[in-house]
Design a protein around this ligand. Structure first.
Ligand code: ACO
Length: 271
């Protein structure tokens, strides 16, 4: 599901449960809601290259009637980020960067695990509790909306390990908190707790730890109550806004509204 205009493939291509389990993932689809669980609690949901490939495979195969995707973590935290064994060559495809072209392609493939969460046909919701470190923080940033528990601990650890955040997180981070704050957070690799996360715009909602599931359910119900076609068109419009001039954005609003009016009154159905 990387191209927003493409048809979604046959749902039969959803990876098998065992394959996802091997990648530390669990997928549950209940009508219009897909829940993706990071499911290696004994490793604090540390993510391997297989995890990111598994996420990408889920994105490619998501049934067309899914409208909301929830990302959550099993156990004490959302995710401890990359499985550190990947750095010692413990992951298929590990590259030391000497072949720039191959490394570029390798990272691009892993980024696909995150990019589909911005597809206008879905709304992605990160339900974050406990630690969300490095690639885990970036996964939360890849989602449209973050609902966090009051024990959340966000940390962009990569620069402290000699790396840059490369799982799509730098753009949403700068958009959420501004350049100066993003620099400060990344280059100190300090931990941001719930109250500050809310104040900085890293979390839309903060709830007590034992109320996270209920808060997400409530949000999902509200998202599903909106007209599906209007939801897709509005997300598409909002995604364009940061790059557009006012002129371009006004034109985009007119274009999307024409589509909506036709769908509602022109015999094109309500979708
Ligand atoms: N990779 C591999 N294994 C991990 C990771 C990880 N990122 N994080 C935790 N684990 C393992 C631990 O080694 C430990 O294994 P063991 O039971 O065999 O000893 C188990 O998970 C539990 O970890 P603890 O540290 O005991 O759990 P605790 O709740 O006390 O701490 C915390 C959790 C804070 C997440 C800590 O484990 C930690 O700091 N992990 C490393 C985080 C990190 O540096 N991630 C990389 C970020 S950069 C990026 O993502 C690109």
């Amino acid at each position: 599901m990387t191209d927003a205009t493409a048809e979604r493939p046959d749902p039969a291509t959803i990876p098998a449960e065992a394959e996802l389990a091997e990648a530390g993932l669990r997928l549950e689809i209940d009508g219009a809601v897909a829940t993706v669980t990071l499911n290696r609690p004994e490793r604090r949901n540390a993510m391997t290259f297989a995890t990111w490939r598994g996420l990408a495979a889920i994105g490619r195969a998501l049934p067309s009637d899914v409208r909301v995707v929830v990302l959550r973590g099993e156990g004490p935290c959302f995710s401890a980020g990359i499985d550190l064994s990947m750095f010692s060559g413990g992951g298929e495809g590990f590259t030391d960067g000497r072949d720039a072209q191959a490394t570029d392609a390798f990272i691009a493939e892993l980024q696909q695990g995150y990019r589909w969460l911005r597809d206008p046909r879905i709304v992605s919701v990160a339900a974050v509790h406990g630690h969300a470190i490095g690639g885990g923080f970036q996964l939360a940033l890849a989602c449209d909306i973050r609902v966090v528990a009051d024990d959340v601990k966000f940390c962009m650890k990569e620069p402290a390990l000699g790396l840059v955040p490369d799982l799509t997180g730098t753009k949403p981070l700068v958009e959420a908190v501004g350049l100066s704050r993003a620099l400060e957070l990344c280059l100190t690799a300090r931990t941001v707790l719930a109250e500050e996360a809310s104040r900085l715009g890293l979390a839309e909602t903060v709830v007590p730890r034992d109320g996270l599931g209920a808060a997400v359910d409530e949000l999902v119900a509200a998202l599903l109550a909106v007209n599906p076609g209007a939801a897709v068109a509005t997300k598409r419009l909002l995604l364009e806004a940061p790059e557009n001039t006012l002129e371009q954005q006004c034109a985009a609003e007119r274009r999307e509204q024409i589509g909506r009016l036709r769908a509602m009154f022109g015999g094109g159905g309500s979708s």
